[in-house]
Design a protein around this ligand. Structure first.
Ligand code: CDV
Length: 319
């Protein structure tokens, strides 16, 4: 029996700071219903999809930061997503800022969840590669304080059985790291769901800004091909609080080809029929891990970064 999943990538246009959760959830519901109308059984929303991308600001008061976090999922504001998913019989993937209280301590993560077609949370991933910096850097046109506001994910790179296949999640900067894709690939992943918020300007190396869209697709296509997996990558795009975010949401086949791509920087749904059995064309041949991998030569990959490399990374401006 064919294992075909119709997936929707629900790109979002910008969310301004004054826009509340309820208004954002309304937009997500419109996209979810459209996905259902177009035959999707799964719809994928971006990273930190409920608020503006707040790490662009330095906020000394923790209360101000915490206003962007969700202590409960679902919450009264997000419950309509779960209710509608159940009513429509559609799964969804959602990125949000997660605040977890354990006794007296508070932990904060950049998180994504997978919700099944009955409205039940069946998977969670906490972003591991946190880009940016942890203190205010006045030279930047905007901040990128993910290292200040989140701690690195503590769940590893899990996969789960869903939609007839093996599903994994990455969040934004993770997609640039072959190691992240490979750890999913080694678990037989067939569908990788990724949300992102990527500024069009890369302040630390401005001459690379012209390549931001290219590097987005390069990473997604390489991750898909090298691991024989479908990839669904979804942006929050457009001019958000004066900061331009790239679009380019896309669905990539296991051969590394983009089969659907967003054309706007607004709320936009793209869809594709993902035949999970096509993963075998790659997994069973050119990237047949069991036959061709040589892990005895890869020890450096999982060892701490060598001293010589650390020294060269510290030359120039901090990134
Ligand atoms: N949200 C992100 O992780 N954004 C990074 C930017 C800062 C480079 C990204 O990798 O797209």
């Amino acid at each position: 029996m064919a294992r075909t999943v119709v997936v929707g990538a629900a790109q979002m246009g910008p969310i301004q700071r004054h826009q509340g959760r309820e208004a954002v959830v309304e937009r997500l519901l419109v996209l979810m219903r459209k996905a259902k109308d177009e035959g999707c059984e799964l719809v994928v929303f971006p990273e930190l999809a409920l608020t503006t991308f707040f790490p662009r600001w330095y906020m000394p008061a923790q209360d101000e930061v915490d206003a962007f976090f969700e202590e409960r999922m679902p919450s009264p504001a997000t419950q309509p997503l779960f209710v509608e998913a159940r009513k429509l019989g559609i799964g969804f993937h959602l990125g949000y800022a997660e605040l977890e209280r354990v006794g007296d301590s508070v932990r904060r993560f950049n998180t994504a969840i997978l919700v099944d077609r009955t409205g039940r949370i069946v998977g969670k991933y906490r972003k591991i590669h946190l880009p940016g910096h942890d203190s205010y850097e006045p030279w930047r046109p905007f901040q990128h304080l993910e290292k200040r506001y989140f701690e690195p994910g503590d769940l590893g790179f899990p996969t789960l059985s869903a939609h007839g296949g093996t599903v994994g999640m990455l969040i934004c900067n993770d997609r640039r790291w072959p190691e992240a894709f490979r750890v999913l690939g080694l678990q037989g992943v067939e569908l990788v769901l990724i949300g992102y918020n990527t500024p069009a300007l890369y302040p630390a190396a401005p001459s690379n800004s012209r390549l931001v869209d290219y590097h987005n697709h390069l990473s997604l296509k390489a991750g898909a091909y090298q691991n024989g997996t479908w990839v669904v990558a979804v942006a929050k795009a457009g001019k958000e609080e004066g900061c331009d975010l790239i679009g380019g949401s896309c669905i990539v086949s296991p051969t590394g080809e983009i089969v659907a791509e967003a054309r706007t920087l607004d709320d936009e749904l793209i869809t594709a029929e993902c035949d999970l059995d096509r993963c075998q064309d790659i997994k069973g041949h050119i990237f047949n891990f069991a036959r061709h991998r040589r892990p005895e030569n890869y020890a450096l990959i999982s060892a701490p970064t060598p001293q010589a490399q650390l020294a060269s990374n510290h030359k120039g401006v901090a990134k």
